[in-house]
Design a protein around this ligand. Structure first.
Ligand code: HEC
Length: 127
């Protein structure tokens, strides 16, 4: 019993200390966000016209411009927007809401813990 406990806490420690959180965030991002958001801007007109949401790379560019290097403020914004999107809060260009409509709230689809990891992954990947 004791041995199992020590083994599992050692594994937990290894996962945390090897950026398991970031990998987990990446997987969660792929599961919860890429149904609508592509990662990069497509390079053909057809693919551009087929977009149903702005590519994440562009969104993160706007996030970084708005929050400069304040990762903490950016993560707070991201976590709030995903749960409670609104036209007033949106930081990217307003035309995108006219084109794509407002992002639906992901409340109930993504948990606050999952969103924490996703925001962590995004802020560590795009800067
Ligand atoms: C059902 C489709 C859909 C899903 C799923 C989705 N989004 Fe969005 N998202 C949109 C659309 C459409 C927009 C553009 C309109 C807007 O800004 O509300 C958008 C915009 C955004 C913005 C820009 C906000 C701003 O300031 O303008 C962020 C940030 C964002 N999404 C993050 C995420 C994250 C993170 C996830 C996954 C947890 C996610 N989205 C999942 C459709 C989606």
């Amino acid at each position: 019993m004791k041995k199992i406990f020590y083994t599992s806490s050692a594994m937990l420690f290894l996962t945390l200390s090897h950026g398991g959180n970031i990998d987990e965030g990446k997987k969660l991002f792929e599961n919860k966000c890429t149904a609508c958001h592509t990662v990069t801007r497509p390079n053909t007109t057809e693919a551009m016209n087929a977009l149903i949401a702005p590519p994440i790379q562009g969104i993160m560019l706007h996030m970084n411009m708005n929050f400069e290097n304040d990762k903490k403020a950016m993560m707070i914004f991201l976590k709030d927007y995903v749960m409670n999107p609104s036209r007033e809060k949106a930081l990217c260009m307003p035309q995108k809401i006219d084109r794509f409509g407002l992002m639906p709230s992901l409340k109930g689809t993504v948990s606050p813990e999952e969103l924490d990891k996703i925001a962590n992954y995004l802020s560590a990947t795009y800067y």
